[in-house]
Design a protein around this ligand. Structure first.
Ligand code: SF4
Length: 460
């Protein structure tokens, strides 16, 4: 890009999306803005112009730039590499960050010029300096400390169509579930962002719905739980009136006084990693906390959370090594009968960097290995490995039956009314309902008629 003296350089940020999800109508309430790119923009000095192409909303068209930066999950990384190729062919350097590139930097470096491994704070500034002096390195990373600071993301760059904002208050997770890469990406140590910094940002968000993206908002230690308590209290004391959704383990229901504070501070929905209603499934996935508490206590967990006006997204995994065909139907029957409000029924997906990926690779059981093209299929609604007790084809066909069981129109509306009754909170029920519609669209939207935003009866 030819520059006149004094003209600003241009940083182009791109949020690529997965090919499979491209044609599925999304509810804007269920989409999360590209927070990492917003942070990168905030870390960039003022002598740069910044633009964002967000494939959740924008059709990609080539724009001139001096430097291009993308962030991608595994399922979107092939698209990231494709776009990177367009810019590199014109001699424009491309940087890739996000969980996939952090797990597989060697692969990423075949398609991009530099990889940010882990978080951008503390490295992005160095990367820009190196770019300006023509000495861009291939990888950038830093050792993460217990406390982390993050600038307020440049939300002005995000598309106005997003139905909620997002924010991060902690990083890391003390658990080590077999299928999960976030504890490897963000580290096993539970790391905190100072509460006043979080509250300042929270207060400034001009959206009344917020997704707190922390992998596990409570953690399990006395300190981390107390820190969550102080965060909820801080939101209340500052008079911040927003509805928010978060992710946690089932110990979220342990302390009723904490639940009351979460609710008073705006918590309307929580995603809980349930994974399986069978002990064998919990052993296999290393879901230690669920195992320790016992599956017979799930109902009590959901009931306590409901009592405080909060709905429950229950994340389940289908296709574990211990799963027979009957077990998969039993899992759906559990979802139907349980007081879980939003069903998440993902097919086991070995994401790079996880123990599961390494195990299936060693056992020769990965079946979608034409990388990077096959990363397109690693989105949790496809079978990319050989299951232990059935063929890949059988698992896929059984899953379609199961998805029909848990996301049929009648059940989704019945669950909405049940959630409304059990939580007594319209937002909690609406979010649960939207969640089911979104998952239906993802799982079955290409085979059945997908729901569109304007078809949602209970929008409000
Ligand atoms: S508790 Fe959640 S975030 Fe933590 S390792 Fe398990 S699945 Fe990952």
């Amino acid at each position: 890009m030819h520059k006149q003296q004094g003209q600003k350089k241009k940083l182009l940020l791109i949020n690529p999306i997965n090919a499979f999800t491209r044609d599925i109508p999304f509810l804007t309430e269920s989409l999360s803005p590209p927070l990492g790119l917003g942070i990168v923009a905030a870390l960039t000095p003022e002598d740069w112009d910044i633009a964002l192409i967000d494939e959740n909303f924008d059709t990609f068209t080539y724009q001139e730039a001096d430097l291009v930066a993308l962030s991608a999950l595994t399922s979107a990384v092939r698209r990231a590499y494709e776009i990177a190729g367009i810019y590199r062919a014109k001699g424009i350097p491309v940087v890739l960050g996000g969980i996939h590139a952090s797990m597989m930097p060697e692969e990423a470096l075949k398609y991009v010029d530099a990889v940010v491994i882990g978080e951008a704070e503390g490295v992005w500034e160095n990367l820009l300096n190196d770019f300006e002096t023509g000495s861009l390195r291939q990888t950038y990373s830093k050792n993460a400390g217990k406390i982390f600071h993050s600038p307020v993301p440049r939300r002005d760059l995000f598309h106005k169509g997003y139905g909620l904002a997002n924010i991060q208050t902690t990083r890391g997770c003390p658990f080590s579930c077999d299928f999960c890469s976030v504890h490897i990406f963000n580290g096993p140590m539970y790391r905190y962002r100072p509460i006043p910094e979080v509250l300042d940002e929270f207060e400034g968000i001009d959206h009344n719905r917020v997704f707190i993206v922390d992998d596990n908002i409570l953690g399990t230690s006395k300190n981390s739980i107390e820190r969550a308590r102080q965060l909820f209290k801080g939101i209340i004391e500052r008079g911040i009136k927003k509805d928010w959704v978060c992710q946690a383990s089932i110990n979220f229901a342990d302390d009723e006084s904490l639940l009351a504070l979460a609710s008073e501070s705006g918590c309307r929905t929580v995603l809980l990693g349930i994974e399986s209603e069978k002990a064998e499934g919990l052993i296999e996935t290393n879901k230690r906390l669920n195992l320790k508490k016992g599956t017979e206590h799930y109902a009590e967990v959901f009931s306590k959370i409901h009592k405080h006006g909060i709905s429950v997204i229950g994340a389940m995994i289908y296709g574990l090594d211990s799963d027979s065909e009957e077990d998969l139907y039993a899992r759906s029957e559990f979802l139907v009968q349980s007081d879980i409000d939003t069903h998440q029924a993902n097919i086991l997906t070995p994401l790079p960097g996880t123990p599961l990926f390494e195990r299936l690779k060693t056992e020769g059981r990965l079946t979608a290995t034409n990388f990077p093209d096959d990363w397109d299929r690693y989105h949790c609604f496809d079978v990319v490995y050989k299951p232990k007790k059935m063929s890949s084809e059988k698992l896929k066909s059984v899953m379609i039956d199961n998805w029909d069981m848990i996301w049929n129109r009648k059940l989704m509306y019945r669950k909405f009314l049940k959630t409304l009754k059990q939580t007594g909170n319209k937002t909690a029920a609406n979010w649960a309902f939207f969640g089911n519609i979104e998952r239906y669209n993802l799982a079955l939207g290409k085979m059945r008629e997908p729901y569109k935003s304007d078809q949602i009866f209970f929008k409000g």
